[in-house]
Design a protein around this ligand. Sequence first.
Ligand SMILES: *Cc1c(COP(=O)(O)O)cnc(C)c1O
Length: 384
Amino acid sequence: MQATTQLLHSIPVDAQTGAIAVPIYQTSTFVQEAPGVNKGFDYSRTNNPTRQELEKIIAQLEKGSVAAAFSSGLAAIDAVIKLLQAGDEILAVNDIYGGAFRLFEKVYKKFGINVTYVDMTDLAAIHRSITLKTKLIWLETPTNPTLKVADIRAIASIAERYKLLFAVDNTFASPVYQQPLSLGADIVVHSATKFIGGHSDVIAGLVIAKDPEIGQQIKFYQNACGAVLGPFDSFLLIRGLETLHLRVQQHTRSATQVAQYLQQHTDVAEVFYPGFGGVVSFRLKKDTEATASTFVQATQLFHLAESLGGVKSLISHPASMTHKSIDPEKRKAAGVSDGLIRLSVGLEDAADLVNDLEDAFQYINETRKKSAHRKPAAGFVPSN
Ligand SMILES: *Cc1c(COP(=O)(O)O)cnc(C)c1O
């Protein structure tokens, strides 16, 4: 059976009522027949029927044994780091999501967990960076915003050799293109805010574990620390998952067209697209903040906003938005120059999206001709 059929039919019809959609159990507590005697639910932080359904579906989709749903992608990452102890070290991908970097450096460092960052496309560098204290390898692939792809299977064998936990942030690929647990990873996390939710209407995170014991530890931290996903948001993710394959395939088709268009454009120096998914980045030949800033404000269909993976196309300027807090030298070394622009290609018609970009290119060229010393426009969305 194909994955999409399997997914749709892993969502059960409600046994009580025959409801074909998963009911939203918007309740905090559950009435007990006698103290400690219940129907499998006692308090919604610990377990909720709607959330449980979501967790079952995503565990199956990612080929894991246990899944836990959190109130954000960062809460999901946080739960994984709680598997570690003071004195442990993390080996993390160098162009890591900014929020994960902040969590590691500003929160966990003060609890005695240190992180080393390495280019995970360089396997020798991974070997070299492992110390006796390393306990966890943290990978994102493809990375943001330059979409570098690492070899999960090869890194998994390194993790196995040194008996390290291996976690993969699978947000950008989605389970449609990549199932890290099948390639040897121990843990997968998602910012379900992106492709899994898919409609830019929910903040959510997921952790999926291969080993049931690790899964139970994650469930323990989910309940003990409490950043659980609510019933309505769980419903939204189930609804998003129902169209995940369809949406992601279309994101890829349109993003491929957009990447091809950019590739041949005379104003573009470099295009970053791994061949799948909805995110395309490109560097302007005129690699300046002023030009990029004008460009990202000139599109009409691509809305200027952070985030990705939704039905509506988004455009962003990493150097002044998502990657603003990174030291400019380090930022440039990671490929995030001032003229780099990131697109999240949505589900509008691809030809309309290409036309929108063409208009923006024409606009920046006219603007440059008309006012050579015009100041860059203000009004960027502050970094989150
Ligand atoms: C957005 C994102 C996160 C954080 O998720 P939130 O839902 O915003 O907390 C983590 N990792 C990646 C790769 C992301 O894109």
